[in-house]
Design a protein around this ligand. Structure first.
Ligand SMILES: C[S@@+](CC[C@H](N)C(=O)[O-])C[C@H]1O[C@@H](n2cnc3c(N)ncnc32)[C@H](O)[C@@H]1O
Ligand SMILES: [Zn+2]
Length: 468
């Protein structure tokens, strides 16, 4: 008898544990639904394989369910997250090290010139939280005055001081190599280097924080890097201003999955953001506390040969090339949906830094399975057929593939049909799962279609094909 019995009743998404909020990634799936699917389709100690692991949900939920995860992704963010959560850090030490960094930077003349001013109300020195840029000028800024105990937004321009420190390492990547970058974007952000996504002063402060983190000798260094990763996108020029109704003058974020060239944006203070990333809501401390509570301690390896020696495997590899080396009892995955989100290109905001932090975190955009200006639907179909064939070879007989999918584009759905036709897989069950948060399809579509994902359970035709 087939082991699969997908749960028929509607599953509701629970509140996401904080550990899943540590890194920004698009298309995070509902953790409790994922675990339920894993539990219902496998036995304890079974191997669960996810070839497109993203933010490593399958890894963590399989561990929680007492299964053995094998996950793959070409994006090093996946490996980084699994690595950070595998360590038992001294939380107190993280705080001490973070405070040392912020104190040192606050003492620099560069920081004082750029991110402090005199409060016009009490005439004391205060720290600026952010600048609001309109048409190329930072003509407004906000701060919280600890003396007046109020938040103020001031309409004024503070002289912009350039950094004179050119010794520190800076990332570099030519954005024109990317499929999502247009000449209009380059024009808008004022250059074609990835560094042009940040203002000069924010880039200088980020480089300073990064430099301090890299010099740390303690293991807690990785936890600080985790915090640093959390602030990279929040300190770019891609953070849109909230409407006046939002009444949140001190924060914003990078909303849409695209590189944005905005005339008006919020430039957020990297030092304050870093502090929030350590101490704040869903910051490093809260994420680690959530992780220690939610998951057992685990060991992992990046070598499949260690499968029987560790609790889970993470492969920073192209899943087209993963054909042998283990047997899986279930494949559960959320593959790229055609052209919807350009994961690899967008992730450069983090990965250009992560790769410098440790060269083992490298990514080859060439291997990404995706549809974009450089990669056709035809190639996407060919690549996916390879992956599904690999999965079928890796699967124990009678085991299933559970795959999510959604798109607003007809071509993407046609691609899925072609993939199914060209493999030995057939659709056994399908259902719609409502997401609490937006799915990829929704995120990329302003009209708000697609707050759902389709879940397909695929069986293998040569085992018990009854037609579809
Ligand atoms: C839809 S996302 C997965 C999102 C995931 N559900 C999550 O919770 O974060 C698809 C993933 O496939 C990865 N990917 C694309 N091509 C790949 C390849 N050739 N090998 C392995 N992973 C690949 C991307 O890096 C991306 O993380
Ligand atoms: Zn004041």
């Amino acid at each position: 008898m087939s082991r699969i019995m997908i749960v028929k009743q509607k599953l509701h998404e629970d509140t996401r544990p904080t550990l899943y909020r540590g890194l920004k990634y698009w298309g995070k799936k509902p953790h409790n639904v994922w675990r339920r699917l894993i539990e219902d389709n496998t036995q304890p100690k079974d191997v669960v394989y996810d070839p497109f692991a993203g933010s490593a949900l399958t890894f963590f939920e399989s561990l929680k369910a007492g299964r053995v995860p094998v996950i793959a992704d070409i994006n090093p963010l996946t490996l980084f997250l699994v690595d950070v959560y595998s360590k038992s850090f001294d939380l107190q030490k993280i705080k001490v090290l973070a405070d040392k960094i912020t104190t040192k930077i606050r003492q620099t003349g560069f920081y004082k010139k750029n991110y402090t001013c005199e409060c016009p109300h009490c005439h004391k020195l205060v720290e600026i939280y952010n600048y609001r840029w309109h048409n190329g000028t930072p003509d407004e800024f906000s701060y919280k005055c600890p003396h007046c105990q109020k938040t103020y937004t001031i309409r004024n321009t503070i002289p912009y001081t350039q950094s004179s420190d050119s010794k520190k390492w800076k990332p570099s990547f030519d954005l024109r190599e990317l499929s999502i970058v247009t000449p209009a974007l380059i024009n808008k952000i004022g250059g074609s280097n990835i560094t042009d996504l940040w203002t000069d002063r924010n880039l200088a402060l980020l480089c300073a924080i990064f430099d301090h983190i890299r010099k740390i000798k303690d293991e807690e260094k990785d936890a600080l890097m985790f915090g640093f990763m959390q602030i990279l996108h929040l300190t770019t020029k891609m953070c849109a201003l909230r409407g006046n109704g939002a009444n949140r003058p001190l924060s914003t974020s990078w909303g849409r999955p695209a590189f944005l060239g905005l005339s008006s944006f919020m430039e957020q203070n990297p030092v304050i953001q870093f502090e929030r990333a350590i101490y704040g809501n869903a910051g490093v401390i809260q994420c680690l506390e959530s992780r220690y509570k939610y998951l057992p301690p685990y060991t992992y390896s990046t070598d499949i040969k260690d499968l029987h020696k560790v609790d889970g495997i993470v492969l920073l590899r192209d899943c087209k090339a993963i054909k042998t080396g283990f047997h899986a009892n279930l494949v559960i995955t959320d593959p790229p949906y055609g052209s919807i989100i350009q994961y690899g290109e967008l992730s450069l905001v983090w990965n250009v830094w992560l790769n410098q932090y440790d060269p083992k975190y490298t990514m080859s955009l060439k291997q990404e399975i995706i549809v974009n200006r450089k990669k056709s639907h035809e190639q996407y179909v060919n690549d996916m057929v390879k992956v599904w064939n690999n999965c079928q070879n890796l699967l124990e007989q009678d085991a299933n593939v559970i795959v999510t999918y959604n798109s607003n584009s007809k071509e993407d759905w046609q691609a899925l049909q072609q993939i199914l036709r060209r493999t030995d897989l057939y659709v056994k069950e399908q259902r719609i799962q409502k997401n609490k948060r937006s799915s990829e399809a929704n995120v990329s579509c302003k009209k708000g279609i697609g707050i759902t994902d389709y879940y397909f359970v695929l069986g293998t035709k040569n085992v018990d094909y009854k037609g579809f």
